[in-house]
Each structure stands twice: as C-alpha cells, then as structure tokens.
Design a protein around this ligand. Structure first.
Ligand code: AMO
Length: 443
C-alpha cells in the first residue's frame, strides 16, 4: 500500500515529498503551467505542473507528466508523488503539491452523467457520483457522529444493543404498508418496526435496550419524508411510571447527539449548509395534542382531518408557535387519542380515550413516536380486539405478557428525518445513503 497522506493532514506537514491519492475534480491545462484540483474524502488540493521549457524554434521537450495531465478525464482516481509547498497565495488552503509522478489508477469515462444542477432523481440514479460532493460526504460523517453519540449514551447507561429479525410471521405495526415475501411454504413480512421484539426484551429481563436498524414500509406515497426502507432508531426500557420517562430519555439522547455534532462539525455545517446547530435545552416543551390543536386554531389553522390526528401543516404550525414562544426547535405532542394510536399504547386510567404517548416534532416535522406500552394482558387483548385485530394471530406477542412483564415504554425515530431537519434540507433522499421508494430500487 502506498503511504498516502489524506489531504486534510497536509497543511500540518513541513514542505517536502508527499504521496496523495484521490479523484480529479478540475484540470486547468495552460500553456506554461498545468493545475489539477485533486479531492479525497478529507478535502481538496491544488496540484501543479510547470511544463518543461522549450527553446525558441526547438522541438518541444518530452514531458510525460504534462501529457498525462492533458489526457486526464474528470473523476479519474490518481496517485501523485510530489513536493508539498506552503504558499499563502494558493487560495485552496495555502498549499500546493508540485507533481513528480502521476499514476492514473482508474480512469473515468470522459462524459460525467450528472452536473451540479442535475435534478434530484437524476442525481439519485448516479448516487455514487453525487456522493462525491463534499456536502454529501459531510452528511454521512454527521450521521456517524450522531449515531456514535447516541450509542455512547446508551452504553454508558447500561442499555443492551439488539438486532431483531426483519423477517416476521406477522405485521409489526398494521396491515397497511406491509411488504410480503415468499418464505418457503409460507409467506413472511418485512419488519415495519422492531416494536414487538424490542418489547420482548422486557419480559426477557434485559431492562434497557436499543436498536439502530432497517424498517420497511410499503408506503406508496411520494413525499419528501417517506421511504419504503429507512433506518429506525429504537429504544425500549422497563420500570417506567409513564411516557414522561420515555420523553426524558429521548431528550437526553437528542442533547447528547446534537452536542457531539455541534462540537465536531458545527463550523463545517455552518459553511456548507448555512445552519447554526443548536443544542436543545431540556426539558423540551410538551403540549397535549388537544391543546396544540386549540393553539393552532387560534392562529387560524383548523386541522382538516376527520379523525383526531394532526396533519403535517398542523405540525409546522405548532412548531412555529413553539419557536416563537419558547425559542425551541423541538416539541413533544402528547396524549394522542386512543382511536388513532396502535393497540399496544397504554391509555390513561382516568380517561380511556387518550394514550400515554407522544410524537416528537423537530423543526416542524415528526421525527419520532413513543409511548408507555400496555403490559396487562387482558387489557392488551381487549385493545387489540377493539382495533379489529385477531388475538390468535398475535398470540406469539401476547405470550410475552403471560409470564410476568414490568411496565415499560420506548420510542422509534427515523434517522434520515433527523438529519434532514437538522441540516434544513427538504428531502430525506439527500440524507439517505441509498433511497428506496415505490419507484426506486436502483442503485
Ligand atoms: P412510527 O410508525 O411513528 O412509530 O415510526 C417512527 C418514526 O419512524 C420514521 N418513519 C419513517 N421514515 C421514513 N420513511 C417512512 N416511511 C417512515 N415511517 C416512519 C418517522 C417516525 O416518526 N413502533 C413505533 C415506534 C414506537 O412506539 O416505539 C413506530 O414505528 O421518523
């Protein structure tokens, strides 16, 4: 292996010989001097090659490096050895490398299929080229930092990491949005959520668990925030008194994640996206859904739904209210109506029409759902029946509650949505490595 130096480490080196590798971003092929901008995963660097001088009227001197540069196609991966020189006149970081040898390791086709202004869908067709943009690279470094911070929090608080199966014998959320796959002599369903199996860890005596893994929804919609496969960030833990305990964990996790992102990438995010990362203060505002609806009604927005749910515009409206009133980017909407929540949500003892549940809204969009779970088997069966579910089909799940189970709760959160809203982007396609939608299975 060549001992290449990542570009971002060059500035700290003294002038002298270096090896750099990356892809060709631009070439300026001038008469006297040639410039190449080389990019790798860490940054961009100016390479320079003064052409060999030719005496007036004489044959041009042989200059194989110049010939290689003239023949370079944009996007080709190359390795260069040369002299590093600090020179503050160089706009790109105040350094340049004078080329001694240039090796084209893998040439690119001359025509690049996408340009900076290509439509989103076209960029998705050529995602591996689209991802060469430094902002795209940054998104996934931010994701790494965010996930790492959450995981560190969980590990330090004695949570166990699980990987629950994604092939299931029954739906994990509802019959809607369900992918069915042939499975030997029967059919299987792709997991819509680790819901049942993260709950199973409670009667298993695990106490506190988390999972970051794929979830599948056969959602035919083409919104900017729905995918048919997404990464779900889940946690579930025992011995809670109510969903308040779940919200407490949730907000502490968000603070840990945002603090780490701000510390490590705050300046880059400001430069690339024009966004100042705000580490949220705790407690996040909490507003019962009915109250939230009254607040936005006063602002002139009536949620146009027949059921008791909120709609995306309502979420934006309440987020705007929270921003104005509390200067906060997050809000927990709590106490959703039982009629619109899954059978496994616990209801208030004193009012069966509302659940001990919440949605977390960030910059106007739902990023998460959480709740205390119903752990009393008779109540759970009654609630399943009320929702039109067949308790026999759910028997494997109901068994979890027949041999002792502590009160518990948890949440599920869409990772790509968090990143999208954090960076003020308008589409989760930008913050998903490879997006999957109703008409996208490639690449
Ligand atoms: P819910 O169905 O609300 O709850 O999903 C939780 C979070 O997952 C994300 N999400 C999606 N992201 C992208 N594309 C989709 N199609 C999609 N669907 C959902 C959202 C959403 O807030 N089992 C419960 C969670 C729990 O109670 O623990 C559940 O799945 O960010």
């Amino acid at each position: 292996m060549t001992t290449r130096t990542p570009i971002k480490h060059l500035a700290a080196l003294d002038d002298g010989q270096v090896v750099v590798s990356g892809w060709v971003e631009t070439v300026r092929d001038q008469k006297k001097v040639q410039f190449v901008v080389l990019r790798d995963e860490s940054g961009a660097l100016q390479l320079v090659h003064p052409r060999a001088a030719t005496e007036e009227g004489a044959e041009p001197a042989a200059d194989p490096v110049a010939d290689s540069i003239s023949a370079l196609t944009l996007g080709s991966f190359i390795t260069v050895t040369g002299e590093l020189k600090h020179d503050e006149r160089v706009k790109l970081g105040g350094i340049e490398v004078k080329i001694e040898t240039l090796d084209v390791v893998a040439a690119s086709n001359p025509e690049t299929p996408i340009a900076e202004d290509s439509a989103l869908d076209k960029r998705m067709d050529w995602r591996f080229l689209d991802l060469r943009r430094p902002e795209a690279n940054l998104i996934f470094r931010i994701q790494t930092t965010f996930e790492h911070a959450l995981r560190t929090y969980w590990v330090e608080h004695d949570f166990i990491e699980l990987h629950t199966p994604k092939l299931m014998a029954s739906p994990s959320e509802s019959r809607a949005e369900l992918f069915q796959v042939p499975y030997f002599d029967t059919v299987a369903y792709l997991s819509q959520s680790p819901q049942f199996f993260k709950q199973m860890a409670q009667p298993a005596g695990f106490g506190k668990i988390f999972e970051v893994g794929p979830a599948f929804r056969a959602d035919p919609s083409f919104t900017s925030r729905h995918a048919t496969e997404f990464t779900s960030v889940d946690s579930e833990f025992s011995w809670i008194d109510s969903h308040e305990d779940v919200m407490k964990l949730h907000e502490e996790l968000m603070v840990a994640g945002f603090q780490a992102v701000k510390d490590k990438h705050g300046e880059e995010i400001l430069a690339a996206f024009g966004v100042e990362v705000t580490v949220p203060t705790t407690p996040f505002p909490r507003i019962p859904l009915a109250e939230a609806k009254a607040i936005i009604a006063k602002r002139g927005y009536e949620v146009p739904r027949a059921d008791d749910d909120m709609d995306p515009e309502g979420e934006r409206q309440i987020a705007a209210y929270v921003k104005e009133t509390y200067d906060h980017e997050f809000v927990f909407l709590t106490d959703y109506a039982s009629s619109i929540r899954p059978f496994y949500h616990m209801r208030y003892a004193e009012d069966q029409t509302i659940t001990k549940s919440y949605d977390l809204i960030f910059n106007g969009v739902e990023i998460s759902t959480g709740a205390q779970r119903e752990h009393r088997i008779e109540v759970l069966i009654a609630q399943a029946r009320e929702k039109g579910l067949d308790p026999e089909e759910l028997d494997f799940y109901l068994d979890f509650f027949r041999y002792g189970v502590p009160p518990h709760g948890g949440f599920g959160m869409g990772l790509a949505r968090v990143l999208m809203l954090l960076l003020h982007l308008t589409n989760i396609r930008e913050t998903t490595y490879l997006f999957r939608g109703p008409t996208r299975l490639l690449p």
